[in-house]
Design a protein around this ligand. Structure first.
Ligand code: ZN
Length: 92
């Protein structure tokens, strides 16, 4: 099976899990997805081909600079969603 995977999505979800621990905000799956949507709408996608679920994990090491940006955007998303959780909107 061959498909496309957005590495940014993987990275953003990892980042949320890393940064969330430092906050007191709601940590349900809806909030997690809202934060992910917020961040992914503001970061460029990174599509790679995935062969049978195997992905190339060269992303992080090659993009140290972007890592700072990703962290900033994800943290902003955590704050915005966390201050006002479970808002029924798709406008992240
Ligand atoms: Zn929640």
């Amino acid at each position: 099976m061959t498909g496309l995977v957005n590495l940014m999505e993987e990275t953003v979800l990892e980042k949320i899990d890393q940064l969330w621990g430092q906050t007191e905000y709601c940590k349900c799956e809806k909030c997690r997805m809202d934060i992910a949507a917020y961040a992914l709408n503001r970061l460029p996608p990174r599509y790679v081909q995935s062969f049978e679920g195997k992905m190339l994990h060269q992303f992080e090491s090659r993009t140290t600079q972007t890592d700072v940006e990703i962290t900033a955007v994800v943290f902003q998303g955590i704050k915005i969603v966390g201050e006002e959780p479970h808002k029924n909107t798709n406008e992240y």
